[in-house]
Design a protein around this ligand. Structure first.
Ligand code: HEC
Length: 161
């Protein structure tokens, strides 16, 4: 009986350790930070699909750099702000950093970009596996993983879309 109890207690501890480790993996954020300069970012394009309206933004400096045909600099952030029925719903952020791609294996890697989903209150959506973001954005690898690269070129002060 004693042995059984000890075993059960041990198993419970082992289980919670696994559960905790699992939780940590899940809740582990990556290197992306919520943009501190959100209010100063430039809205250069967006989308309207049904009840969703998005505003896609980055800094004027990043826009100027891309227009000049230079590579997107480390530290660049892009934000896709998603409104549903006129209410702020979520933020998608991608951020580039020196050698950040090394955090992932080659099949997952998106250059040196990392991705994050923030809810309207700016907390991370921990249920999201950002591998999903990366696997789709790999489709834009020819444009530094940016789907709206050509819209930056076309931007002259008023959102192009
Ligand atoms: C199924 C494909 C797909 C997935 C998954 C996806 N994206 Fe995108 N993303 C796009 C497309 C296409 C655009 C261009 C704008 C549009 O069509 O809405 C875009 C645009 C963006 C932009 C604006 C910069 C750019 O690339 O033009 C950001 C930031 C972004 N996505 C972040 C994310 C994040 C964060 C996730 C995961 C939480 C994610 N995306 C998941 C396809 C995807």
């Amino acid at each position: 009986m004693n042995t059984l109890l000890t075993y059960a207690a041990g198993a419970a501890i082992a289980f919670s350790a696994v559960a905790l480790a699992g939780w940590q993996v899940h809740a582990e954020t990556n290197r992306v930070k919520f943009p501190e300069n959100l209010d100063t970012l430039v809205h250069y394009t967006g989308r309207q699909r049904g009840e969703s309206v998005t505003h896609i933004k980055t800094t004027q400096n990043v826009i100027d750099t891309i227009k000049a045909g230079k590579p997107v600099p480390d530290g660049a952030q892009f934000v896709l702000i998603d409104y549903r029925n006129g209410e702020l719903y979520r933020y998608f952020v991608m951020e580039k950093g020196a050698n950040w791609g090394a955090d992932y294996d080659d099949t997952r890697r998106t250059g040196n970009w990392q991705f994050q989903w923030y809810w309207a209150d700016r907390t991370v959506n921990k249920a999201e596996n950002t591998n999903r973001c990366q696997s789709c954005h790999q489709g834009a690898s020819g444009n530094d993983f940016l789907f709206t690269h050509s819209e930056i070129q076309a931007f002259h002060g008023t959102p192009v879309n």
